[in-house]
Every structure is written in structure tokens, then in C-alpha cells.
Design a protein around this ligand. Structure first.
Ligand SMILES: Nc1ncnc2c1ncn2[C@@H]1O[C@H](COP(=O)(O)OP(=O)(O)O)[C@@H](O)[C@H]1O
Ligand SMILES: [Mg+2]
Length: 238
């Protein structure tokens, strides 16, 4: 089966001669939730930013549904169907919920646009707070607005960078439950997480990145109890 998203032997970084990604590969099958895990500084954010066209890819390939999208500009990635929710600054704090969604919508070609009514069905909390400034939403609702902004472009694959950052365990549960609902609408998900336990609980599979390369990969249910997981995190800390 053709992968929904495939990254093959990606090398890249912010400055020439200083590689952050050192041959990273991963693949996400249609309809899967895959967790991208790994210690702080492993290159998780850099890898999803590279896939999204925000960090240069020096070599390797990014394929979306079998199409080569390596190195396209970020706005072209969105048009091709690759959505990305960055970790920070992912909503306009001084605009209302509705304005945030309308603005996202205005930037998307009409044929890709998801109807905002359908969006509010998926996120009833946002529906109730349409007029509220995004900066006044709770942390969890703000993350949902960021997800909703990305979904406006009807992505086939959505990448999220640590949507649970700064949230209480209860809110992490609420946000992840919504991500499952998003997946159930047919969107494939690549989820970068520090929160290993919570991520493995919703993911089908996980990939562990260390020093810019994948070191371990497998079904989430098996990795939960895999001693190699802890060793990879501890090894990086040592
Ligand atoms: N904008 C940047 N410019 C230069 N180096 C960066 C930048 N962002 C991250 N890095 C470096 O890239 C490496 C990987 O960082 P990152 O991808 O953020 O890791 P992770 O998301 O796994 O914690 C780190 O050494 C970090 O210092
Ligand atoms: Mg990161």
C-alpha cells in the first residue's frame, strides 16, 4: 500500500555543515496515528518542519500519497494536502475564534476548503466560543483552534508538534480524544510528543528519533513495555 506520508533518509538542518537530521526515515500508512518520540533535541521538530517546507532538506525524499513533495514551499505543501500545526504561535491571539478560522480559510484554494460548519461540529467547544478572542481560550481549546485552522485546508495528512505541551493531564486527554475524532474523519496523523505515555495510548505505531535518526519503531502497544524505550531516553540524557 502507498504510504500516506513517507520520509526517506532525510538529511538537513538550519546551517550548512551542521546537520540536525542525519538520514531520518519514517512512514505513516493511510488512517494511522503515528507518534514521533525521542529525547529533547533529537530533531523531532526539525524533521516535521523539514517535511512541511520550513527547514531545508539537503538530501532524501518526502512523499505524500506517493507524490514527491520534497522541498516545496510551505504554502504549496498545504495545497498538496500536508497540514502542519506548529508548537507555538499557531493562532492569532488578538483575533476571535471565528476570525482565526476565516483567515485560515481565505488562504486556501476554494476547492480544498473545508466548510466551517463541519469544523464546528467536530469542535463544539469552539462553536460555543466563536466570538471569543483566541488569546482568552483555555490552553486545550487554543490547541483545538490551531488544529481546526490546519483542517480548514482539508489535509490528507496532519502533522502536529507537541499539542499537549503545557496542558494538564486531563486536558491532554480531551485534546487527544479530539485528535482521534479527526483521524476518524479520514485524516492521517503524525504526532510529535514529549508526553510518551499519552502519545502511545492514542497512537497505532511510534517512531523514536535520536540524534536525527530513527532508532526504534513499532506498534505503540508493544513499545509501552519495551525497555529499549527508556534506554534511548536515558542514553540521550547521559
Ligand atoms: N532555529 C534553529 N536554528 C538553529 N538550530 C536549531 C534551531 N531549532 C533547533 N535547532 C537545533 O536543532 C536540534 C534539534 O532540535 P529540535 O528539532 O527542536 O529537537 P526536538 O524537537 O526533538 O526537541 C537542537 O540541537 C537544536 O538546538
Ligand atoms: Mg521539539
Amino acid at each position: 500500500m502507498t504510504a500516506a506520508l513517507e520520509m526517506a533518509a532525510i538529511e538537513g538542518g538550519y546551517e550548512p555543515g551542521l546537520p540536525i537530521l542525519r538520514g531520518a526515515s519514517l512512514s505513516v500508512a493511510p488512517g494511522e496515528i503515528v507518534a514521533l518520540l525521542g529525547p529533547n533535541g533529537a530533531g523531532k521538530s526539525t524533521l516535521v518542519k523539514a517535511a512541511a517546507g520550513l527547514v531545508p532538506v539537503w538530501s532524501g525524499r518526502v512523499m505524500l500519497g506517493g507524490r514527491d513533495i520534497t522541498g516545496l514551499a510551505a504554502h504549496r505543501m498545504v495545497h498538496e494536502g500536508l497540514g502542519f500545526v506548529p508548537q507555538t504561535e499557531n493562532v492569532f491571539a488578538n483575533l476571535s475564534v471565528l476570525e482565526n478560522l476565516q483567515l485560515a480559510s481565505a488562504l486556501v484554494a476554494r476547492k480544498r476548503r473545508l466548510d466551517l460548519g463541519r469544523m464546528f461540529e467536530l469542535f463544539p467547544d469552539l462553536d460555543r466560543q466563536r466570538k471569543l478572542e483566541a488569546g482568552r481560550l483555555s490552553g486545550g481549546q487554543r490547541q483545538m483552534l490551531a488544529v481546526a485552522r490546519a483542517l480548514v485546508a482539508s489535509p490528507s495528512v496532519l502533522m502536529l508538534d507537541e499539542p499537549s505541551a503545557g496542558l494538564s493531564p486531563k486536558l491532554v486527554g480531551v485534546v487527544f480524544e479530539r485528535l482521534k475524532a479527526v483521524r476518524d474523519t479520514g485524516v492521517t496523523i503524525l504526532l510529535v510528543e514529549q508526553n510518551v505515555k499519552a502519545a502511545l495510548a492514542i497512537a497505532d505505531r511510534a517512531v523514536v528519533l535520536v540524534e536525527g535518526r530513527e532508532r526504534l519503531e513499532g506498534p505503540a502497544a508493544e513499545l509501552v513495555n519495551d525497555p529499549r524505550m527508556a534506554a534511548l531516553y536515558l542514553g540521550a540524557a547521559a
